[in-house]
Design a protein around this ligand. Structure first.
Ligand code: AMP
Length: 621
């Protein structure tokens, strides 16, 4: 008998198979495909459909399609697939057979033995049904493995010593959180909680509802009551937009000819921001956090007792999930093993060990550092121009692309400087500057101008940074080679010195840099950075517009008068008088002009104070 043993995640929404090949555990599949939707169908002509094709026909032919069969494992009820009546293990066996075929296509060998994962709460009957499904697919099930154990094995927590971990698993249709202790490949589940009717599909529903309401408002037609194919396309568009919003601050949705009126096609076309999407799903995510607290309470452990918090399941790619969970338990969750492949990979680790290989964890290419940009924010109650916002987080699997949004720091700003840093400190100057550039020729609007900053990091350590004016799509890009290379202490010292010189040379810089430049610009920086030019900063918030804001601006300015150079102080006092007069006379143009001038003056003054504070404190030179 061949020594090949595969690890299988037989999931509610998706399934995957992993095995040891080319020196490590990998998820297998034909071409680029690695995720098999857990869906089985019969086509109109009676052909058996598994995975993607079955999922695609689900909305049109629900009577000939079966999904989420995992929910029925262990029950005796029969499931109708068109005219045929089948048991739950029989349907699951069809999915397993397809994974066996995927293995044969990848490795040229048909597996006969498998480790299959199940939720920790599965009863004996449900485990028995899973074994039966394996047997029906021609597989000897050498081990049934709990999903949280699989996740901890993938992360290398099965090394023999004792670890405590919180495993947060949010898939397409189920949510589980477990507090476990792991010792070797034995896991003790101390407590678990969850909701087996909550998952990413609910996020799709909320987004699809939102799109349908918008379509109805514009065209007076409710797609939810429409043709099944229009509904299916609506839900598909919602899921695609949801995934895009995990990486980007906006998603554009365009579905053509979803309905028609008087023979004319009606299209769905809208843009949704991550902020709006997060407001929709927030109550659902909050409800998972209540389960986390409950599981911790039931286990008698505190967040601080956890050696790790592991994210599992495709829906944990949602930034709101990561952020709210990190906030609630004050530990940075780990997602360095692909969350949707993690359970299969962990099953693959055990399968490889059982076939005699010495495997202790999964190898994944991750970004060893965070990469981000500096912005004008607040530190210690003062505006500070070198706040750091990571865009790519350390330990995220590669390749990846992430985008965040920023704003110009004052109205009519013609350009922004983008400073790209590698590091983890919330003070950008304590990180390493890996590149900078200026995007000029911005539309000079009275409103603050939105700037998108996109970073793409590939497996070879090539970092592409693009800044784009959202209003016009005007963009500029730099490519930084060797972004992941660790810097030597000398390089870091030299970099810091250059930052300090640059910072000192800022004072007196002219804000009104000249517009110009091409639509899209690209330059390559070989692990080096260029001299900084004059220009504005980006901020995360909107600045002064009306009288109330002008009052508060003057309040900030008064507190700083004693720290200003004589000339600046005189100018500030003059501006206070001009603002006061403009408010009294209701001259909004004069108010805007004086407020703008005071904002600019404060930008430099407060920046200088931020720097002075740092010198007194712990900023290294
Ligand atoms: P799983 O059951 O672990 O395979 O997870 C499937 C769920 O993950 C589905 O609801 C997917 O729509 C969702 N999902 C997959 N990729 C992403 C992503 N990039 N962002 C948010 N959700 C995702």
């Amino acid at each position: 008998m061949s020594d090949l043993i595969v690890g299988i995640d037989l999931g509610t929404t998706n399934s995957e198979v992993a095995a040891f090949t080319d020196g490590q555990v990998r998820v297998l599949g034909p071409g680029d495909r690695r995720i098999l939707p857990s869906c089985v169908g019969l086509s109109a002509s009676g052909e058996l459909l598994v995975g993607e094709p079955a999922r695609n026909q689900q909305a049109l032919y629900p009577e000939r399609t079966v999904r989420s069969i995992k929910r029925r494992m262990g029950s005796q009820e029969m499931v109708m697939l068109g005219p045929r009546s089948l048991t739950a293990p029989e349907i699951s066996a069809v999915i397993l057979r397809e994974l066996v075929e995927w293995t044969r296509l990848s490795l040229g060998e048909r597996p006969e033995r498998a480790v299959i994962t199940v939720p920790a709460y599965f009863s004996d009957a449900q485990r028995g049904a899973t074994r039966e499904a394996g047997a029906l697919a021609g597989l000897e099930v050498v081990r049934i493995l709990n999903e949280p154990t699989a996740a901890s094995l993938a992360y290398g927590y099965g090394d023999g010593s004792r670890h405590t971990a919180l495993i947060y698993d949010l898939g397409g249709g189920t949510f589980d959180v477990s507090v476990v202790t792991v010792e070797g490949d034995i896991t003790e589940v101390l407590a678990s909680h969850g909701n087996n009717r909550l998952g990413g599909d609910d996020f799709d529903d909320l987004l699809a509802e939102r799109l349908a309401r918008e379509f109805q408002k514009r065209h007076g037609i409710d797609l939810r009551n429409g043709h099944a194919s229009a509904k299916a396309r609506l839900w598909w568009a919602a899921e695609e937009a949801k995934k895009k919003l995990s990486q980007e601050p906006y998603a554009r949705i365009r579905e053509e000819s979803l309905a028609e009126r008087n023979g004319k096609p009606l299209h769905l076309e809208m843009e949704i921001s991550r902020t709006d999407y997060e407001a929709l799903i927030r109550p659902l995510v909050e409800s998972t956090l209540d389960s986390v607290s409950q599981a911790l309470r039931d286990s008698g452990r505190k967040p601080g007792d956890m050696d790790a918090v592991l994210l599992v399941g495709g829906s944990t790619r949602t930034p709101l999930v990561f952020n709210l969970l990190a906030e609630r338990i004050a530990i940075e969750p780990r997602q360095d093993v692909h969350p949707d492949l993690c359970v299969a990979l962990g099953a693959g680790v055990l399968a490889s060990r059982l076939s005699g290989r010495d495997v202790d964890r999964v190898l994944v290419d991750v970004s060893p550092y965070s990469f981000g940009v500096s912005f004008l924010g607040e530190r210690g109650g003062f505006p500070y121009p070198h706040c750091y916002k990571p865009i790519i987080r350390r330990n995220t699997p590669l390749p990846l692309t992430r985008t965040e949004r920023f704003y110009t720091s004052h109205p009519f700003q013609p350009e922004v400087d983008v400073h790209v840093y590698q590091g983890e400190d919330e003070d950008a100057l304590k990180n390493i500057l890996v590149g900078d550039f200026t995007i000029g020729g911005l539309t000079e609007t009275e409103d603050l101008n939105e700037i998108l900053c996109r970073m793409r990091l590939d497996l070879d350590g090539i970092l592409e940074v693009t800044s784009e004016e959202k209003l016009t799509g005007r963009s500029k890009q730099i490519t930084i080679a060797n972004a992941m290379q660790a810097k030597t202490p000398e390089e870091i010292a030299a970099g810091r010195k250059r930052i300090q010189d640059l910072f000192e040379s800022r004072f007196g810089v002219d804000f009104n840099g000249s517009p110009g430049g091409e639509e899209t610009d690209t330059e390559i920086i070989e692990g080096e950075f260029e001299e900084m030019e004059s220009g504005g900063a980006v901020v995360e918030r909107i600045a002064v517009t009306g009288a109330a804001e002008a009052e508060s601006l003057m309040g900030r300015s008064r507190k700083l008068l004693h720290l200003m150079h004589d000339e600046d102080r005189e100018e500030a006092i003059d501006l206070h008088e001009r603002i006061g007069a403009a408010i009294e006379s209701g001259d909004s143009e004069a108010l805007a002009a004086a407020s703008r001038a005071l904002t600019e003056l404060l930008f430099f003054t407060e920046g200088q104070i931020g720097f002075m504070e740092g010198q007194v404190g712990s900023r290294p030179n």
